[in-house]
Design a protein around this ligand. Structure first.
Ligand code: ATP
Ligand code: MG
Length: 437
């Protein structure tokens, strides 16, 4: 696209060379690829206008800005709102795109499921997907703006922390295949109650048409009034289901449609993610059984139940994030491993849970005991509640107010093939522990 065309799409005022070719788009100067145009967005903490110079230095051919600001050789396009301009570009790009768009919402497992769908469909034809966790009101428009028109499939993650978020994302993504991975307690501080979570994620079915297809957990069917013939359900009681789940350090094995699948990810929840991706395959007219080999080469995104085998001991790095369903998943997965060694869990706070926070943390403490985890090291203001509950029920636990102190205790278990799981919300940065191990 030429700078001049871009200015027209954005309804902005162009300064500089109208013939410069724009190859892609970026909103973070550190991630600029040569040939990109840089959108200077105003965030809560940062103003992208401060990074235009850096973006140009890194190879950006021009910038989209809200004030007169032209740097070096780059063009600039002035608009009233750079965020609105990015959204406008996303809509323009979406209108040109003729491939299949698959949207993935849900309380947990979106990134993993998005990666799985992408991985499997890449065996069929060129596919595209949201990079990393770009699933927000700014991230998704960027993903759409960079969507290659030649990709046959585009798999897009739709994130939400409040009612209305998914609706605004669906408006621009316009997915034909609409996936909900799971429903559970997430971002309750901003969503409200679990009913709001259900309603918010259900916005993915907005403008559901004759061609649309839904892929949802079977238990979610009762919440959404969808035409039966356009829905594929997965999990217990669903159209796509699993049996004989077996977890080991090699990964997760399960039987589905008469075939035994292995996925080299250690997580009981990953079975649901795989079943959801099978639902998408079915909706697109493919037979999941033909993807047995493809599934075997899947790799979990980083910080999601990553198994690090240090020979003397084993670490499960689930430090990317934490909410109640994903903590339950991590603990259940750890507990289900058959080993004579010790199972230790290092848990940081689950953040953004609002009024329910205390109760939900207490439940974690109780679950640790119920599952027979040998030792729990709790860290953070909220996890103190989990610690209390764990001790109350006879569990073996320690509490840490300072992260620096955890390592001394962890060191004692870094031997004898012990398995140490580390997890916490993004803000808790529990990877600091994993990095020291
Ligand atoms: P975010 O809202 O932070 O973008 P996400 O929905 O994209 O999260 P992932 O990043 O795939 O989810 O996974 C986050 C955590 O949830 C990881 O700890 C992962 O192991 C766990 N998880 C993934 N799928 C499930 C599932 N079906 N049930 C329970 N936990 C799951
Ligand atoms: Mg995600």
């Amino acid at each position: 696209m030429r700078a001049e065309e871009l200015a027209k799409v954005l309804k902005g005022e162009l300064r500089g060379d109208p013939n410069r070719t724009v190859r892609g788009f970026s909103i973070d100067s550190r991630q600029v690829n040569p040939g990109d145009a840089f959108f200077a967005l105003r965030g809560e903490n940062n103003d992208g206008h401060h990074f235009v110079e850096d973006a140009i230095r890194r190879g950006a051919v021009g910038s989209i800005v809200e004030k007169d600001l032209r740097v070096g050789p780059g063009f600039s396009i002035r608009v009233d709102s750079t965020a609105d301009a990015l959204r406008r570009l996303a809509l323009y790009k979406r209108a040109l795109y003729k491939g299949e768009v698959i949207g993935v919402a849900g309380s947990v497992g979106k990134t993993t499921t998005k990666e799985l769908i992408y991985h499997l469909l890449s065996h069929v034809a060129p596919a595209y997907r949201s990079k990393g966790n770009l699933n927000s009101q700014l991230g998704l428009p960027l993903v759409l703006s960079n969507m290659p028109l030649e990709a046959r499939f585009s798999v897009l993650e739709l994130g939400a922390s409040a009612v209305g978020d998914v609706r605004r994302l669906v408006e621009i993504a316009q997915p034909r295949i609409r996936v909900i991975t799971a429903l559970g307690e997430e971002h309750l501080e901003s969503f409200g109650t679990i009913l709001d979570v259900i309603r918010g994620n259900g916005e993915i079915f907005m403008n559901f048409s004759e061609e649309s297809r839904a892929v949802i957990p079977h238990y979610a069917l009762k919440y959404y009034p969808l035409p039966k013939d356009k829905v594929i359900t997965f999990g217990t009681g669903g159209d796509v289901n699993s049996e004989g789940i077996h977890l080991s350090l090699k990964g997760t094995e399960f039987k589905c449609m008469g075939v035994v699948f292995t996925i080299p990810v250690l997580s009981s929840g990953v079975v649901d993610n795989a079943l959801a991706s099978f639902g998408v395959l079915l909706a697109l007219g493919y037979d999941p059984r033909d993807f047995k080999e493809a599934l075997q080469t899947f790799r979990a995104p980083s910080g999601r139940m990553n198994l690090l085998d240090y020979e003397r001991f084993i670490v499960i790095d689930d430090t990317y994030n934490a909410n109640p369903p994903s903590v339950r998943n991590a603990l259940i997965t750890l507990a289900s491993l058959r080993t004579k060694s010790k199972k230790v869990v290092v848990l940081g706070d689950m953040l953004e849970l609002g009024k329910e926070s205390k109760k939900l943390h207490a439940e974690v403490g109780k679950l640790v005991v119920e599952l027979g985890i040998d030792l729990a090291l709790f860290y953070g203001n909220n996890m103190e509640e989990a610690y209390r509950e764990c001790i109350k029920h006879g569990g073996n636990a320690l509490f840490f107010g300072k992260k620096e102190d955890i390592m001394d205790e962890v060191l004692k278990y870094m031997k004898d093939k012990n398995i140490i799981l580390v997890k916490g919300s993004r803000g808790m940065k529990m990877e600091d522990i994993v990095e020291k191990m």
